[in-house]
Design a protein around this ligand. Structure first.
Ligand code: ADP
Length: 686
């Protein structure tokens, strides 16, 4: 057994019992203490035996010279003896080796010369007092070692009695505790640091025993567990049973992890704690076991992080995420449904429909494929729409929301055909695309042409009929120039046969003949032009001129029937795009009907008025009469074919006239004349 530096820790062990710095060799230290005490007792006994045999003078003999002295010198600790007054009467070899002095120097109060100045007085005074009071003495002081270094010494003495029971002073031993002091300082410093960290940490820190009692709690833990004891909150938590803070659903997991701790395993887990006021908090507990030096489980220390807020946010996030996903799912389903609906709708449409973006067809219906002569798959994804409908580029370039234009389509076989294109920007899949509707106008154009032809034929027939009706008037009109020609020619013949005729007279008469022939020729030409069947041909026509031309056909009839014609024509010429023969036919028909309406009326009502006006957008030709007017039951029918109230009427004039006017983009309407008779309005776009 050796008593090296290990010995110096013994007092510390004695003083603190099983403290945290209890080192692995604590069993050996305990044995050392016992040995030390035993050796101290033996030495004390030897000293007393020695003393009883010798006189007082011997007591101060140098060590080694007596039996006691030799034993004391062999002792592994520094030993000393003081008398009843506390004056040193003996120190052993180990002490002298330590101080590097002689026995003489250290006797009396001399030993205290080597003490640190601040410690000296207290040490001496307390030793003297204890000696006099016959009480055990203990003191810590700094002692100068032989090498000039102060060392911390723990010095303890006990009363010493003679065998006869008389008091002899104190006998003591001392040991160097410098290393332990330094270790204690370091421990104190580290504990202070730990405390500072723990006290100021936002994390809850708890130390609990195996039976789950709190032995340490920091302020954050006290707050987390809602200990409302103000500054004493931490202290109030110490001693508490932790079970009261575990939420029922967390008890199992907590116990499971405590069991792991007791097996020395550190772990991190999530649990729910319920504060003293009942607030539930989700926490993360990171715990580790605190083990004793022999490996036994002592307690566990845990940091507690409040993650309620994070949990709430996670929950909120999850809820909003779920909601978003639900919305997306709904939208996707709605989109899919709307797409399917669109597809079904598009497929049932007779028009070609495509969704078109960036020069590519995203979707197309079967009708489009049929119209263009492609398979549907050939259209989707490719640039075929541009090839088949070159105008699509023009439409895409146009920023207007809705575009309608007539264009030419090119079928896959290269043949061309008329189409109507309608384009509209719509949002689709997060961007703007064009929905294009393609309508094949071939059939419509053919119908239009057939209708035009039919209308033209009808108009032609009507003109022939009208001419027949006008024949007597025309014959009368033609009769005039022909009679004049005959008269001039007869007069000429007579004068040539009778006495001759001067050259001037002859020229004059023949000029008259020529002029009258011209007039007759004009009438015939106009008649032919009117009756002639030809393709409708629209040119710029002047409205007032067309009115006057029409009136010329009616002149004879007006005169013969004593019908007053009033013209109220616009001062400025009004130009419209029209087939003037057709429009003149319409005006002529309106004039004929007006004349029919006033025929047989008293002379004051035999009035017909023609007015022309222009408002910049359209030209209006108004034919007014003061005749019988249209009977109420006829008002809705007069524009229908074969509606007539006249014995010889065909009932086709107004219906054909309306067709002609509408083909010109105009309107033909009827209004009753408030002062009796009718208003017929022919409107044409300018
Ligand atoms: P028709 O003159 O051969 O009868 P229209 O189509 O020109 O054929 O006219 C149809 C009918 O409209 C006439 O029969 C007549 O009843 C009525 N109508 C047309 N113009 C007038 C008018 N100015 N005043 C009264 N009735 C009219």
């Amino acid at each position: 057994m050796h008593f090296g530096s290990d010995v110096m820790f013994l007092p510390s062990l004695l003083a603190h019992g099983t403290s945290a710095d209890f080192s692995e060799g604590h069993v050996a230290y305990a044995i050392t203490i016992v040995v030390l005490l035993v050796s101290q007792v033996i030495i004390a006994a030897a000293y007393l035996v020695n003393r009883s045999r010798s006189n007082r003078a011997e007591r101060v003999h140098p060590a080694g010279e007596t039996q006691f002295g030799r034993m004391a010198d062999e002792a592994p600790v520094m030993l000393w003896v003081v008398d009843e007054q506390g004056k040193c009467v003996f120190v052993n070899r180990r002490w002298l080796d330590f101080t590097g002095r002689t026995l003489e120097q250290d006797l009396g109060d001399g030993w205290a010369d080597r003490l640190y100045p601040e410690d000296r007085e207290n040490a001496l005074r307390s030793l003297h007092e204890a000696s006099r009071a016959r009480k055990p003495w203990e003191c810590e002081y700094r002692l100068l070692r032989h090498d000039g270094e102060y060392r911390w010494i723990l010095d303890r003495g006990v009363p010493l009695y003679e065998t006869d029971g008389s008091y002899a002073g104190l006998i003591g031993s001392c040991i160097d505790i410098t290393e332990r002091k330094l270790a204690q300082d370091a421990l104190r410093e580290s504990e202070a640091r730990f405390r500072a960290i723990a006290e100021n940490s936002g994390l809850g820190i708890l130390q609990v025993t195996p039976d789950r009692r709190v032995i340490y709690a920091n302020p954050a833990a006290a707050e987390l567990l809602e200990m409302d004891n103000g500054d004493d909150a931490c202290a109030a938590l110490v001693g508490q049973q932790m079970d009261r803070f575990y939420a029922p659903e967390s008890v199992d997991i907590v116990l499971e992890h405590l069991r792991m701790r007791s097996e020395g395993i550190a772990s991190v887990y999530e649990a729910v704690l319920v504060g003293a006021r009942g607030t539930r908090r989700s926490v993360i507990i990171a715990g580790a076991p605190v083990l004793l030096v022999d490996g036994r489980f002592h307690s566990m220390i845990a940091t507690i992080t409040d993650i309620s807020e994070r949990k709430r946010m996670e929950q909120a996030l999850k809820e909003s995420n779920d909601l978003l996903e639900q919305r997306i799912a709904e939208r996707t389903a709605a989109l899919r449904e709307s797409e399917e609906r669109f597809q079904r709708l598009a497929d049932s449409a007779s028009e070609g429909i495509a969704i078109h973006a960036d020069g590519r067809i995203l979707a197309a219906n079967q009708a489009l494929a049929d119209i263009l002569g492609y398979a549907r798959d050939e259209l989707i994804g490719g640039a075929r729409l541009e090839q088949a409908v070159p105008a699509i580029g023009k439409m895409t370039a146009c920023g207007e929301e809705t575009v309608v234009l007539e264009a030419t389509g090119i079928r896959k076989d290269g043949s061309t055909f008329p189409i109507e294109l309608r384009g509209k920007w719509i949002p689709y899949d997060g961007r703007m695309v064009r929905v294009v509707a393609v309508r094949d106008l071939t059939a419509q154009q053919q119908m239009q042409q057939a209708e035009n032809r039919h209308r033209e034929e009808m108009a032609h027939v009507l003109r022939q009929v009208m001419l027949g009706e006008l024949a007597s008037g025309l014959a009368h009109e033609l009769n005039q120039p022909l009679t004049a020609i005959a008269n001039y020619a007869g007069a000429c013949l007579r004068r040539v046969g009778r006495a001759g005729i001067s050259r001037e007279d002859l020229i004059e008469t023949l000029s008259q003949v020529a002029s009258q022939s011209d007039r007759a020729g004009q009438i015939i030409r106009r008649m032919r032009a009117f009756v002639r069947r030809g393709e409708p041909h629209r040119t710029s026509a002047e409205v007032n001129h067309m009115v006057r031309e029409s009136i010329r056909f009616m002149q004879t009839e007006l005169t013969e029937n004593k019908i007053a014609l009033e013209l109220c024509l616009a001062n400025e010429p009004i130009h419209v795009m029209a087939d003037h023969i057709q429009i003149e036919q319409v005006i002529l028909n309106l004039l004929r009907n007006a004349c029919d309406a006033v025929q047989g009326m008293e002379e004051s009502r035999r009035q017909v008025m023609v007015t022309t006006v222009c408002d910049g957008k359209s030209a209006v030709i108004r034919v007014t009469d003061r005749g019988r007017g249209v009977p109420d039951e006829m008002v809705t029918k007069i524009f229908e074919p074969f509606s007539t109230t006249k014995p010889q009427g065909m009932g086709l004039g107004l219906s054909i006239s309306r067709g002609i006017v509408e083909a010109h983009g105009g309107k033909l309407t009827y209004e009753p004349n408030p002062s009796g008779g009718s208003h017929f309005m022919l409107t044409l776009p300018v």
